[in-house]
Design a protein around this ligand. Structure first.
Ligand code: BJW
Length: 228
């Protein structure tokens, strides 16, 4: 890998599946149990904030009971040992990359353990429920919402992500269906930039044909094999 100095890794729900976190679009995934329009759009939140708060409160509680798996640990090892450029862009709202020890991580779809105040626009580390409408620690408004990116909202840190893609030599996509933009477009962006691309996923994804190479299997096996 030595000639592939700068690496961008994109991760999705599949990397956390073996830790016991539900994916979205697989059989038994979150979108089979909840309507996406109800729980993952600003309009759904406006209609029924309590329903949305309960959905994210339950997931916030659950994420604190699970642990990183060998795929997160392998990426953390890469982060520690790789002297070239590395950016782990995760669509996941869990903190399993960080708990495995990775630090070069961007949460483009926000974080479960964070609350956003739409009044003062501050973000606060948050581990408890939001259903009881606690005060914002900065402005005291009782308007805290989950600090996650819903459909129609702008993902976080896009400038930093595109800058990393522009200087990348290798783009690796792990455990994502490639169904949600702009993340789903990173592989074609990378191809246009002449970046080598690799997919590691349980099965072929919607965007598999875009990758130079696509390997199928569980992330807990494929990612450590790739990092070695
Ligand atoms: C395993 C495994 C194992 C299982 N090992 N693998 C065309 C172009 C551009 C935009 C749009 C467009 N058309 C529509 C849009 C807008 C929209 C969009 O993409 N809609 C689609 C339905 C088409 N996008 C947006 O609105 C985004 N904002 C936006 O575009 O702003 C404007 C903009 C434009 C240009 C540049 C920049 C900005 C916002 C999207 C927000 C997504 N939010 C969610 C919820 C976050 C909070 C929460 O967690 O609740 O993010 S939706 C959900 O999907 C979540 C995920 O991060 C995201 C992706 O899902 P992911 O991770 O891929 O999970 P799955 O379940 O789909 O797939 C899991 C995969 O793992 C599967 O393939 C399995 O096989 C695999 N797997 N076990 C390895 N053990």
């Amino acid at each position: 890998m030595a000639e592939l100095r700068n690496i961008v890794v994109l991760t999705g729900a599949g990397i956390s599946a073996e830790s016991g976190i539900d994916t979205f679009r697989d059989a038994g995934g979150l979108w089979e149990k909840h309507r996406v329009e109800d729980v993952a759009t600003p309009q759904g939140y406006e209609r029924d904030p309590a329903l949305v708060q309960r959905f994210y409160d339950a997931r916030r509680e659950a994420v604190q009971k699970v642990a990183p798996n060998p795929a997160h640990e392998a990426l953390a090892r890469l982060d520690r040992e790789w002297e070239g450029g590395l950016l782990i862009v995760t669509q996941n709202v869990d903190d399993l990359h960080e708990r495995a020890g990775a630090s070069r991580v961007v949460h483009m779809h926000g974080e479960l353990l964070s609350a956003l105040c739409p009044i003062c626009e501050r973000r606060h580390h948050w581990t408890g429920p939001l259903i009881d409408r606690p005060e914002c620690p900065s402005c005291e408004a009782r308007s805290l919402r989950p600090d996650v990116v819903w459909f129609g909202e702008m993902p976080y840190q896009m400038d930093r992500i595109y800058a990393a893609l522009r200087s990348a030599h290798l783009f690796v996509s792990i455990g994502t269906s490639g169904a949600v933009y702009p993340a789903a477009g990173f592989v074609s962006d990378a191809r246009e930039l002449g970046v080598k691309t690799l997919e590691l996923n349980l099965e072929r994804s919607e965007g598999s044909h875009w990758f130079h190479e696509s390997r199928q299997g569980p992330a807990g096996k494929l990612v450590p094999e790739w990092v070695e």
